[in-house]
Design a protein around this ligand. Structure first.
Ligand code: F6P
Length: 359
């Protein structure tokens, strides 16, 4: 049976995008004799402006270990999808036209939360859509794991490991700032894996007095250094109490003074006469080759998407729940954020071994 599919990667990249696309295409190639694959350049941009190329099996060979995306990606905010572009083009209509012009059976979209919302919009517009959950943040509702997350945990853990030796030589306090946008999953896992002493995540607002008390307690116990794993979205108890609007205004003010949240936290700690250094691994967390776990997950999700295409089951995200590949309706998961529960067993385990969350 002839299958004609479109592929696009949208939003921030991660290490396992190519591995996942490889899984989809190799999986389909084994299930159908006739296959046409169109790859869109730079995410939804390629679909809007009709920038695509036909891909062959050769394009998917040798890319399992290659980070980034062979298609390129870009951020096309969901909230602007219904807003015409600078030339007055209706983006949604343009995407539909490209889809119909190519007579696609299905569009496979790899991306995070924002990407998923647009995928759902296209589903509502009548297109056959399969979304695959990509992000180093692991914040997509409806799947236990996103591809890219475990590799990023490894990179952030390496960053914390690298700080350990210098921290102990100098007897200083170090902050390692971890990505994750508004969610603390990446910081929680890298913090535990890297042996951080204090972990600050958005879901558990911190009290700076508790943070400095934890540092001082360690110093009194003869520990020469303290390492904090701080999520880029970490928030203080006072700020967490503000309305959304007030918080946005305050954060805009703070952005003028501090390059990121760690600098604000460091300033508060330094007021207690404690020397602090900051390390921000930044986009290295999205770089490099996917780890073995992600290669396996990507292959399973890719193969799962190929099966769904053969079953003609669309309007879904292919995720993983309790170790099993699951087809989750986009109508159910789009627009929902998966956050870390403060009651999560992993948080409890971290607290049980004495890691402070500053709460
Ligand atoms: O969603 C992935 C992510 O890396 C977040 O962790 C981070 O907040 C954001 O993307 C950074 O985005 P950009 O690459 O646009 O700076």
């Amino acid at each position: 049976m002839m299958k004609r599919i479109g592929l696009l990667t949208s939003g921030g990249d991660c290490q396992a995008l190519n591995a996942t696309m490889r899984g989809v295409v190799k999986g389909l190639a084994n299930l159908t004799d006739e296959l046409e694959v169109y790859g869109f350049d730079d995410g939804y941009k390629g679909l809007i402006y009709g920038k695509y190329r036909m891909l062959t099996s050769k394009d998917f060979s040798g890319i399992l270990t290659q980070g980034g995306t062979i298609l390129g990606t870009s951020r096309q905010p969901f909230k602007l999808m219904r807003v015409p572009d600078e030339k007055g083009l209706d983006k949604v209509e343009a995407m539909k036209q490209t889809y119909y012009k190519l007579c696609l059976d299905c569009l496979v979209i790899l991306g995070g939360n924002g990407t998923q919302k647009t995928a759902n919009l296209l589903r509502e517009e009548g297109l056959n859509i399969i979304h695959l959950p990509k992000t180093i943040d692991n914040d997509i509702w409806g799947t236990d794991m996103t591809f890219g997350f475990q590799t990023a945990v490894n990179v952030a853990t390496d960053a914390i490991d690298g700080i350990h030796t210098t921290a102990s030589s100098h007897g200083r306090v170090f902050i390692v700032e971890v990505m994750g946008h508004k969610v603390g999953s990446l910081t929680l896992h890298a913090g535990i894996a890297g042996g951080a002493d204090i972990i600050l995540i958005p879901e558990i607002p911190y009290d700076i007095k508790k943070v400095t008390a934890a540092i001082q307690k360690r110093a009194k116990a003869g520990k020469r250094f303290t390492i904090l794993a701080v999520a880029e979205g970490a928030i203080s108890k006072e700020d967490a109490k503000l309305s959304k609007k007030k918080l946005k205004e305050l954060q805009a003010e703070k952005a003028k003074k501090y390059p990121s949240v760690s600098y604000e936290i460091a300033e508060k700690i330094e007021k207690q006469g404690i020397e602090v250094r900051i390390t921000v691994p930044g986009h290295t967390q999205r770089g490099g080759s996917p780890c073995a776990y992600d290669r396996v997950l990507s292959t399973r999700i890719g193969a799962g998407a190929a099966e769904a295409i053969m079953d003609e089951e669309y309007g879904i995200m292919v995720g993983i729940v309790n170790g099993k590949i699951k087809r989750v309706p986009l109508a159910e998961c789009a627009g929902k954020l998966k956050t870390v529960s403060p009651k999560d067993q992993t948080v409890k385990a971290a607290k049980a071994i004495g890691i402070s969350f500053g709460d």
